[in-house]
Design a protein around this ligand. Structure first.
Ligand SMILES: C[S@@+](CC[C@H](N)C(=O)[O-])C[C@H]1O[C@@H](n2cnc3c(N)ncnc32)[C@H](O)[C@@H]1O
Length: 338
């Protein structure tokens, strides 16, 4: 007889990175919520059996949503959530004194509201490292412990969990049933070379995500061509080719830099397909990485579908916002053991 899969809900599901990881860990994701229609379109293309609600979560009554999914409080195996994290990010914190007042930070409390009402057996909260030091975290931790959850949490690097990318994230897992421990790291780190192995040439692959290439201005292309292959950066070039900001010792040293074949990629952000937004130039070709390459470095399978009814910036944002599926899978698997 087929064993029934444990059931999960994914809050702030985006284009589906977390759901993809939960699915790979062995969960049946029965419901998901996000308020971004393009993200939800993308989610639906890949997770046809999940009931995804396009809504502002602050307006959703958890029990009404649970009813719609045919479950009662206490019967959900896992509630996963990845509230927006821009407000906590290190970069923002560095340049803005008002970072902890960012409204998006309060959405993490929406996740707690759902936990309180749905009483899932286990929880998985993903966020940026800044959450751990935010004043809200001590409140969140106390509330979850009061609700009876055994917790484990930490700031972990996705590169240590089979993702070909350095990406430090805060992960919290909890269970009302047992003591839990975050997953062990993998022994081998994946590199850009591992990730791009077997890919067809960009521009002529038959995959629109890999074929829509940026046309650079002549002067920009001239600079990109000169950047040393395999890990070089614009700061390696003669002074006249450097950015005005670089000349002033900018904090953004990585802009117009190439990835290294034999290292994990840098953190994939919403600007991941722009040479001017970070170390996003291909290791050897004279262009920034394509949308497909960005999605692969984020840990999405090569066949993952993205919506066509939007522009490149939006797609890069959805990819950059996603949680790498293998990262989620590693920690969600901890619960599957029960
Ligand atoms: C960090 S991303 C989640 C990424 C997702 N877990 C993935 O792996 O693709 C945060 C998500 O929260 C969504 N969001 C922001 N405000 C929201 C709100 N008020 N209600 C519902 N979703 C919201 C955003 O649209 C975004 O997709």
């Amino acid at each position: 007889m087929l064993k029934k899969k444990p059931i999960a809900i994914d809050l702030f599901c985006g284009v589906g990175g977390t759901t993809e990881g939960l699915n790979k860990a062995g969960f049946n994701i029965i419901g998901a919520i996000d308020n971004d229609n393009v993200a939800v379109d993308g989610f639906k293309l890949n997770h046809k059996h999940t009931n995804v609600l396009l809504a502002d979560i602050t307006k959703v009554k958890p029990k009404v949503f649970a009813n719609k999914l045919g479950i009662r409080a206490g019967s959900l195996d896992l509630l996963a959530g990845c509230p927006p994290c821009q407000g906590f990010s290190r970069l923002k914190a560095k340049f803005s004194k008002v970072q902890s007042k960012d409204k998006r930070n309060d959405l993490v409390l929406e996740y707690i509201r759902f936990v309180k009402e749905l009483k899932p057996k286990s929880i998985l909260l993903e966020n940026v490292p800044g959450l751990k030091t935010d004043r809200r975290f001590s409140k969140i931790k106390l509330e979850l412990e009061k609700l009876g959850y055994n917790l484990d949490y930490g700031i972990l690097d996705a590169a240590n969990y089979g993702v070909p990318q350095r990406r430090k994230r805060f992960i919290l897992i909890g269970s009302r049933i047992k003591k839990v421990k975050l997953s062990n790291t993998t022994r081998i780190k994946k590199t850009v070379s591992n990730a791009f192995a077997g890919m067809k040439k960009a521009g002529n692959s038959g995959d629109w995500m890999h074929d829509t290439l940026v046309e650079y201005r002549k002067d920009v292309l001239n600079i990109i061509k000169r950047i040393p292959k395999n890990g070089g950066s614009r700061s390696d070039l003669p002074y006249k080719y450097q950015l005005p900001s670089r000349k002033k010792q900018s904090k953004f040293n990585d802009v117009y830099s190439r990835m290294h074949w034999n290292k994990p990629a840098p953190t994939i952000t919403g600007g991941c397909t722009s040479a001017s937004k970070g170390r996003f130039i291909h290791p050897t070709e004279n262009r920034a990485i394509t949308l497909r390459e960005a999605a692969i470095l984020q840990g999405f399978r090569k066949s993952y579908k993205f919506p066509k009814n939007t522009n490149r910036q939006n797609l890069a944002r959805l990819i950059g916002n996603a949680f790498p599926p293998q990262f989620t899978k590693a920690h969600a698997k901890v619960f599957i053991k029960y």
